[in-house]
Design a binder for this molecule. Sequence first.
Ligand SMILES: [Zn+2]
Length: 240
Amino acid sequence: MVGGKATCPVEGLSIRTFAEDGVHRFPSKGKRARAVELVIHETVTRSVDSTIAVLKKRGLSVHLVMGADGALTQHGDLATDILWHASQHNGPSFGVEVVNPYYPSYLKLGLPWDRVIKAPWAHKGEYVLPTPAQAEAVAALVRWTTSAPAPGIAVPRVWPGLRDGRFALGLVPAAAKAPLPGVLAHQYFGHADGSMLVLYAWLRLEAGLAPDVAFEEAVKRATGVRRADVRDLLPTPAVA
Ligand SMILES: [Zn+2]
């Protein structure tokens, strides 16, 4: 739902919206004409339902929640609803919470998440990887969002986390102030979530890697470092 109109289906994405029975709509904290930022989060939960419950309990809210299989539920209008997920970026952004236990201690046998990497950028130094289906759905969401799909969505395909050929896995000074139009990880200005998923989306959409290759490259480039080096994948500048 964008600006009160249904825009489904979206290529590569499965979405159930608040127009359907049983899907919660968070009350909007204000109205705006358009969104210019997409903010990507990870939840530190293990299910969509517990994510909604935690947000309600904390007085927070978000537009989209993504389950382990990459399917989305929509809980607010992407264009016009202002929800509380990104502090100073609430006004210009819509957000997606990708369900991820995040901490290895939250893993249990039988869950869809089972890989952990050493990540100096993650809270407590280790990070549970999202599922490949989630990473691919985030890339599809970024592709759709940045293709000006509907009036009210004006997010440019701009990557504020990328500087000098390296992707931020931490704070981005420019993100201290809003708006910063483009594709943002919450980690650029808040908690340590979302940045590996933004890296994956870039590897898919800008470097043109296939899903399985992009996933392993994202893992490799985000392991044991504080910024992800992608200099070898940048477009070659034209020779004058
Ligand atoms: Zn977050």
